[in-house]
Design a protein around this ligand. Sequence first.
Ligand code: SAM
Length: 337
Amino acid sequence: PRVQDPDASIRATDTDAVTARLSAVQKHYLQDPFIKHLVPRAHLQQPRPPLINVGTHVRCTAIDSLVDQWLELSARNGTQCQIVSLGAGSDTRFWRIATGPRKDALARYIEIDFPEVTTKKAMAIRRQKDLSSALGDPAEVQISHGGTGLLSAKYNLLGADLRQSPTNTLQNLLGALEGPLLSPRLPTLLLFECVLVYMTSEASSALIQWFVDHFRNEGDGAGPIGGIVYEMFGLQDAFGKVMLSNLKFRNVSLPGAEDYPTVESLPSRFLTRGFARAHAMTLRNIRTSCIDDVELERISKLEMLDEIEELELVLAHYAITWGLWAGADQESAWTSW
Ligand code: SAM
């Protein structure tokens, strides 16, 4: 039998993520006109159970709100910003921003994932007019890096293994002195949506550290950097162990899954790397305290959800952590984020 590439099961988690999002869109939890173009044909009709749809809604609404506030604060501070999505998979956020009310606040959007994933995404973008038309003048859109990348004025897609030394990989891709993609002078938001769990804590710390060092080298005019992490945590308890064994059963290697036993421990991801502030909230708390009543009422009518206790147990094991790194003179302008 053929020996399976151990990373194939990690890459396959993108299909899970994109089908979960499509399911939530088809059931009217979320709006996303672009997602259908990025779902493999065989997965187009695979509705997820209500519990998963509700979880997807809470997570996406919360991250959308943090990203939206970042764009709004950039505009208010008189600058454009950059967004870097690490392990972006088939995410559609760039297209939603580029066709939305805050598009002018975005200077550049960079996505990185394994080359196998980015090659397919680059092809889908070229094929689908809905996706390619958001990239601007077609003459300035180019397939790069041997087909694994795609470069355009704002949107840039790059293939890399994020576990490799960031001082080589990210430095080459983003920070190369000639024509660097990333400007350390612009407010820059890093998105780690469901990706750090697949790498060791050493590898994920090194990733965050590379951005901090790269921006710090710029001196007074640098940054700020915002970071958003979405992940499972607290897998040491009985329910967490069940979640973990379900995932391991599918042969996904999760070296980062047990690093954070409690929600209080999550901000240290950022605080130990020199971030000034960081906060974490479980999806369970976000659902009850951050999503407004009108929206909760609307969601409750979409599908029958009997398993409220199970929902709360699952949501209590997922969290969003966000943190800010900023020079002393800038921090006050970003305190509301
Ligand atoms: N962020 C997207 C979202 O939330 O919809 C995709 C999440 S999916 C669960 C995880 C993604 O991280 C996959 O696309 C996978 O290929 C990518 N990934 C995991 N480990 C990676 C690594 N070492 N280097 C690059 N990409 C990685």
